[in-house]
Design a protein around this ligand. Structure first.
Ligand SMILES: Cc1cc2nc3c(=O)[nH]c(=O)nc-3n(C[C@H](O)[C@H](O)[C@H](O)COP(=O)(O)OP(=O)(O)OC[C@H]3O[C@@H](n4cnc5c(N)ncnc54)[C@H](O)[C@@H]3O)c2cc1C
Length: 481
């Protein structure tokens, strides 16, 4: 075998698609047989190895990607263990001389990638990495004085005029594969499916993979995007794209999304503009994670490091189970547990209640989301939780405390969302759907609800929770003074 026809390994990670995949495009361009490889190496992500819902998603995603390669006459090689050791073994068994991949941005994974790159190059292997996940990689965006952006709007102004590269069209029929493959383990042996089978409820809600992502995008562009500017805040409507897990695992790229958006709609239309800005929020999150790699575990704003959080396991458990007595919060937490996803507005409301009314650390909330979200993403989850905790980049000030009843009435005015996820409140009239404890006894009786039995009373009075949160903030200020 000469170097030119020795196989090229494409190491798949968070780019589980064939189209607009720069590493795969480069492999195709090499003209050599392609060996697609996925190595399950959860230990390498440290504390932030994929959570249970993510692993459920990944299981389906690998099945789909494996099927895509099988349809083309190839095979996705699955391995479990240390990335470098497994890649070296695949190289040895396949005779490959090149390894290509698309880059990752989480600190622990960047370190792995740097080590693998150095080691394989020392072995004499050609290694190239590409940008397959972002419109603008974090190292390409800085302020005039060369610093990292910590506020979204100036970040967005800086990047919004940059050209979005057209998606790379990959002629998959042109891919060729080796006659013989190195050993591949069975998908089940990766043990991605969680032991607790709560994930079974996810199946009706999600189609996983590249084709499913394209269908979701098309459905969104055919309808909801036009009203996105207002509907994106309405959990009672199907107003957002639900593309987040697909973007996380790279079934679709942000460039594909923005090009499809501008092909289908006037990019100056309000809905399109607002939607594109959300895609740039994801970019901003990666910018923050890359430049401030400690933020998944510590606040960006250091003065919040000593916030006087309380440790109340019962309160945390009630929040996790959707039993706080605040319907909009409980509906969100049940939606999360049933589907692995929660509407963005509701993520803001539930996180606010946890870190303010209940005084539990944003870390605890982030951890629960990490385990239960199918779109769990270290950049966006960290940004979201630090936003709510008032301690991150462009965060909501801690003293601004959501009133869960007002939020419910404003964004779920007819209570459809609450009724969908809290069937025990189904018969409650609209007037009380966001505050059942205000309903007269007769109304509660008619609705078949005994408070404290069928549905909890509020875990803490709103006013009391608000005052306690503000007192904690004052305590921090005094300590920092
Ligand atoms: C506490 C908290 C935790 C969060 N955790 C995550 C997470 O782990 N993973 C995740 O992908 N998003 C997270 N978000 C951001 C946001 O809630 C989701 O991206 C969004 O709800 C996904 O739904 P969608 O795909 O329908 O979004 P759409 O409204 O259709 O938006 C399109 C895409 O833009 C991106 N986007 C939208 N809003 C945001 C945002 N605020 N921050 C970053 N990117 C955004 C997402 O990739 C999303 O898929 C979190 C937000 C909060 C407040």
């Amino acid at each position: 075998m000469t170097i030119s026809n020795a196989p090229t390994i494409v190491w798949f990670r968070k780019d589980l698609r064939l189209q607009d995949n720069p590493a795969l495009a480069a492999a195709l361009h090499s003209g050599a047989p392609v060996v697609p490889v996925f190595v399950h190496a959860p230990d390498e992500a440290g504390r932030w190895a994929p959570g249970a819902a993510s692993k459920w998603w990944l299981h389906q995603a690998l099945q789909v990607l494996g099927g895509q390669f099988a349809d083309l006459g190839g095979k996705l090689v699955l391995r479990r263990g240390d990335s470098l050791a497994e890649l070296r073994d695949v190289i040895e068994k396949s005779g490959a001389r090149r390894v290509y991949w698309n880059r990752r941005y989480e600190a622990a994974l960047r370190e792995v990638d740097a080590t693998v790159k150095r080691a394989l190059r020392d072995d004499g292997i050609e290694v190239e990495s590409f940008n397959g996940s972002l419109l603008n990689e974090p190292h390409t965006v800085s302020t005039g004085s060369g610093n990292a952006y910590k506020v979204y709007t100036p970040y967005w102004r800086k990047v919004k005029e940059r050209k979005v590269a057209p998606p790379i069209e990959i002629e998959t029929e042109g891919l060729c594969f080796p006659d013989q493959y190195p050993r591949s383990v069975a998908l089940d042996s990766l043990e991605l499916l969680p032991k607790v089978q709560w994930y079974r409820k996810f199946y009706p809600h999600w189609e996983v993979g590249e084709a499913a992502a394209q269908t979701r995008l098309r459905d969104f562009l055919d309808g909801p995007v036009a009203a996105y500017d207002t509907d994106r805040d309405r959990p009672d409507r199907d107003g957002t794209s639900s593309l987040s897990p697909h973007l996380h695992w790279g079934h679709i790229s942000p460039g594909q999304v923005l090009h499809a958006l501008s092909d289908a709609h006037d990019p100056r239309a309000t809905g399109s503009q607002t939607f594109a800005k959300e895609i740039y929020w994801r970019e901003f999150a990666y910018n923050v994670l890359y430049h401030f790699p400690h933020t998944p575990d510590a606040p960006l704003q250091e003065k919040y490091a000593d916030f006087p959080w309380e440790t109340d396991r019962a309160a945390l458990a009630a929040w996790q189970a959707g039993r706080t007595g605040y319907p909009i919060v409980d509906a969100g937490m049940r939606q999360l547990y049933e589907t692995g996803w929660m509407h963005n507005r509701v993520r803001m409301i539930v996180s606010s209640l946890l870190v303010k009314h209940l005084l539990q650390s944003w870390n605890d909330g982030a951890r629960w989301f990490w385990d239960t979200l199918v779109d769990a993403d270290l950049a966006s989850n960290t940004l979201g939780w630090q936003w709510s905790g008032g301690c991150g980049a462009d965060a909501a000030p801690y003293f601004r405390i959501f009133n869960p009843m007002i939020q419910g009435k404003k964004f779920d005015p007819d209570g459809h969302y609450v009724r969908q996820w809290l069937p025990e409140l189904r018969k409650l009239p609209n007037r009380y759907i966001h505050e059942p404890w205000e309903a007269p006894d007769g109304i509660l009786r008619q609705a078949g609800i005994t408070l404290g039995e069928d549905y909890p009373r509020p875990i803490i009075d709103h006013k009391q929770g608000r005052e306690r949160a503000l007192a904690a903030l004052d305590q921090l200020k005094n300590e920092n003074a």
